[in-house]
Design a protein around this ligand. Sequence first.
Ligand code: GSH
Length: 239
Amino acid sequence: MIKLYSFGTAFGVPDPSPFVMKVDAWMRMSGIEFEHVSGVGNLRKAPKGKLPFIDDAGTIVADSHLIINYLRKQYGSPLDEELSSEQHAIATLVGKSLDEYLYWCLVYGRWVRDDTWPLIKQAFFDSMPFPLRNIVPMIARNQVKRALYLQGLGRHSNEEILAMATEMFQALSDLLDDRVYLLGEQPSTLDATAFAFLCEFMLSDIRNPFSERARSFENLVRYCERIKDEYYAESAFNR
Ligand SMILES: N[C@@H](CCC(=O)N[C@@H](CS)C(=O)NCC(=O)O)C(=O)O
């Protein structure tokens, strides 16, 4: 069976990484069986130093985008078959703006904000032996802050970043409107991506102004709940 290397349940969601959640949701929506191999230690085995990666009977593929391309080629998927070329274009552009822009807002909201940082520290570092658990979190947090600064988002104020995240939620809410899925009646790869990101804000127990803002978009809340109920066992969330 395909092995999905992930971090593992945290903050009441099956995985704290939206990229792991994207592949997880995509395989569920495509009807492809898989199992999680979970643990922060997977980062050390990751061929590109990031999660997720998969092991499909010895074939290792890293990066959510490349994993989905591989799986589609290898096993096929009903997702996206009915999309027009215009919808494909929208899906590609919106999906990448979630990966490359909303992602950094999520990272900022979790790692930089002082209200949320203790939860991150506890989830990722509390199992480390003393004195590592006192030193490593500080180093890791500084590395994340540095990455945010180099990416550019880290140069903005909290209010500016919250406004940027809000624009993304608003755009997703407008795109969804009153449809079941973002591009129609059937799920597409874009839904796997959007659900992956939105669940990290909406269904996790990390509560901060970013998650509160996401939760203020009622159609997105219903959308997340719908996908959760359709594709996940009750026990997958809120653990
Ligand atoms: N482009 C990659 C991004 C993966 C990624 O950024 N993963 C993060 C977790 S959300 C990670 O493993 N970070 C660990 C690190 O950078 O050390 C994908 O789509 O899979």
